[in-house]
Design a protein around this ligand. Structure first.
Ligand code: SF4
Length: 417
């Protein structure tokens, strides 16, 4: 590529991809390229996702858009990066001759300077990549490989940088951050890393842990979350199911009893914590009875935050060849059932907050109200707090508010001072 070319990136998929995109842009900037948005770029990079079919289709749609831009002469080169390129390089090469390069996932340490794609006040910090859990439905270990943790020094340098730059919230991410350190130090070292991180933090208000694999959530980790006001009381714990047979078929390492025990432990140790989870419905051979068991479990536990996915059949996974695939219509019905059950739970949970005070982080202003989040809401996936304030508020500011109205997933509040 010539020097000073203008480069734009389109980042699809999860926040882990976003961090990769930020690092790619940081590196290119160091090499002298100009960074711009995709509409004004000469070289368009698309960082793709291939986790489930919807994500693949979305990636393909965007590649087609870039191909159009190239045909119109508005783009000189197209580079397709990431999970989709890693999985289907050969097929894609034939399908899209207009694309100049396909680059699979490469291990990216943090660049010296990243080009952040999130607002100034919150950031994602990836501490590991890949996964050793090998859930039978998941293609990630095939795409990303086994666990690769970042060296502690590299994580600490990034935290110091965020802290110096007055970032308000740092979301610590990975495919499974409870695996952090197993590859480097022979044991799960997340709580140790957190201790080191907390020593460096002066200005960051919230550290949020995203994706905890249930069977590796240990006492030390829960104690860290409980004892440090700087760590959000937000337990992101994807459980996927509660039926013993389905959990086994999914290759999950915890039994229903383990899950019940863990939830009990969390509720007792950190009663104010919001537990976020996700479930897969319509896994091959999931009977109506097993599905009802899942619904009952959700009604019992009343998770504060919950996401649900319909099973997406992925080639090269163990679950792909399982018999008794569930028809799409049935999967969608199961999805809708859980969504409406959770809507009710969320509405009831929110009602209990009426009149209470909460600390929120201001994200932005929209149509007269400030959009904010409490420590119980992760960016982009959870609810919002709409804040009315007579005084001007700034993104990144922490504010104490009183809840004056509640909606299904969101809250309405006013400032206290
Ligand atoms: S924990 Fe399971 S679902 Fe999550 S990335 Fe690893 S293999 Fe995939």
């Amino acid at each position: 590529m010539e020097d000073k070319l203008k480069i734009g990136i389109l980042s699809l998929g999860c926040c882990r991809n976003l961090v990769d995109s930020e690092n790619i842009l940081g590196r290119l900037w160091h090499k002298g390229y100009q960074i711009t948005d995709i509409e004004n770029a000469e070289v368009g990079i698309i960082n793709t996702c291939a986790f489930i079919d919807d994500a693949k289709n979305e990636s393909i749609g965007h590649i087609l858009d870039l191909v159009e831009l190239k045909k119109e002469g508005r783009l000189k080169k197209i580079i397709v990066y990431g999970c989709l390129a890693q999985r289907y390089k050969e097929k894609l090469r034939k399908e899209f001759p207009e694309v100049d390069a396909f680059v699979g996932c490469v291990s990216l340490n943090h660049s010296r300077k990243s080009f952040y794609l999130t607002p100034r006040h919150y950031k994602y910090l990836k501490i590991c990549e890949g996964c050793i859990n090998n859930c039978s439905y998941c293609i990630i270990p095939k795409i990303k490989g086994g666990l690769k943790s970042l060296e502690i020094d590299s994580v600490i340098n990034r935290i110091k940088y965020f802290d110096r730059n007055r970032v308000s919230e740092v979301n610590i991410i990975g495919q499974d951050i409870t695996g952090y350190g197993i590859d480097l130090y022979g044991k799960n070292s997340l709580h140790f890393l957190l201790k080191k991180i907390l020593k460096e933090v002066r200005h960051i208000g919230w550290l949020r842990l995203l994706y905890l694999y249930p069977s590796r959530v240990n006492e030390e980790l829960l104690d860290s979350i409980k004892n440090h006001p700087g760590i959000c009381k937000y337990i992101d714990l994807p459980l996927q199911h509660i039926n013993a047979r389905i959990l086994k078929l999914m290759g999950r390492k915890n039994s229903p009893q383990d899950i019940y025990k863990l939830i009990d432990k969390i509720r007792k140790k950190i009663p104010q914590a919001a537990i976020r989870t996700s479930f897969i419905v319509g896994f091959p051979s999931e009977t109506k009875g097993e599905f009802r068991q899942l619904v009952k479990f959700i009604r019992e536990v009343k998770f504060e935050r919950l996401g649900v996915f319909t099973y997406s059949r992925q080639e090269d996974t163990k679950a792909y060849s399982l018999k008794e695939q569930i028809p799409q219509k049935e999967k969608s019905e199961r999805f809708n059932t859980i969504m409406s059950v959770q809507q009710e739970i969320s509405r009831e949970n929110n009602k209990k907050l009426l009149g209470k005070t909460l600390d929120v982080l201001i994200d932005c202003q929209e149509k007269g109200a400030y959009l904010a989040r409490s420590e119980y809401d992760a960016p982009e996936v959870d609810g919002l707090v709409y804040v009315n304030s007579r005084k001007k508020l700034m993104p990144g500011e922490f504010k104490k508010v009183r809840i004056v109205d509640t909606l299904e997933y969101d809250l309405v509040a006013e400032t206290l001072n």
